[in-house]
Write a protein that binds this ligand. Structure first.
Ligand code: SAH
Length: 219
């Protein structure tokens, strides 16, 4: 494992190099600063630099590195931005966002996952990250507005509270559509006007209602 740990940024660089549409050098730097193997369950650490989603336990998944980088690029985060993430999961995407933003606010419905993400993020010494257990569909009112909002779970319908917490000029990226035919969408607020753009096809776990947390899910 020692040699593997030493060479992980090289493995991530090779993975990113296979995607010519990842053009933002700041996003590349952010991806090369976060050790993905620290966020996946130990039995999957050897697969951390393969370009695939991995099980993170509790029936949830850590997104494919390419998709993490692509969504992050689409958010157009600027230094000092306040970013809201719905679906902390392992905390991997949170850590990537924290490299680029001023502050990251991330909400996770499952207390067990939130706990484990908090421990990983603390261990890596990341600053400017705020975690909360709760229903992300309601957003984080006290810390709004946000220049960027990212959903890493797919809502049946975009929760209106989230658009309401988007700053003027802000971007919201979310997987939309039913399981099996989701696509990324980017909403951009200009005053009272909101525009929508369509992005790549993706597969995300659904945004769940409070009370829907599955207990004792294997994997
Ligand atoms: N971004 C994560 C991947 C998350 S998978 C990572 O990099 O690891 C999606 C996550 O959304 C799961 O952890 C799931 O528990 C969470 N989730 C589902 N519904 C939610 C809701 N209503 N509010 C907050 N989190 C939710």
């Amino acid at each position: 494992m020692g040699a593997f740990l030493a060479s992980w940024p090289q493995l991530m660089a090779e993975l990113l190099d296979r995607h010519p549409d990842l053009t933002d050098p700041r996003v590349r730097q952010a991806m090369l600063a976060v050790p993905r193997h620290e966020f996946v369950p130990p039995q999957w650490a050897g697969q951390a630099y393969v370009d695939e989603a991995l099980p993170l336990g509790r029936g949830q998944t850590v997104s494919q590195p390419y998709v993490v980088a692509w969504m992050t690029q689409w958010l157009e985060i600027k230094p000092g931005d306040r970013v809201l993430e719905i679906g902390t999961g392992s905390g991997y995407q949170t850590a990537v966002l924290a490299q680029l933003a001023g502050e990251v606010f991330s909400i996770e419905l499952d207390p067990q996952l939130a706990d484990s993400a908090r421990r990983t993020l603390d261990r890596l010494g990341l600053s400017g990250v705020h975690l909360r257990v709760g229903d992300g569909a309601r957003g984080w009112t006290e810390s709004a507005p946000f220049q960027a909002i990212l959903l890493t779970c797919a809502p049946a319908q975009l929760p209106s509270a989230l658009l309401a917490q988007l700053a003027d000029g802000g971007r919201l990226v979310a997987p939309c559509g039913p399981m099996g035919s989701q696509e990324l969408r980017r909403y951009r607020r200009n005053g009272d006007h909101v525009t929508v753009e369509r992005g790549m096809a993706v597969r995300f776990v659904p945004l769940r209602q409070p009370g829907e947390i599955t207990r004792d899910v294997p994997g």
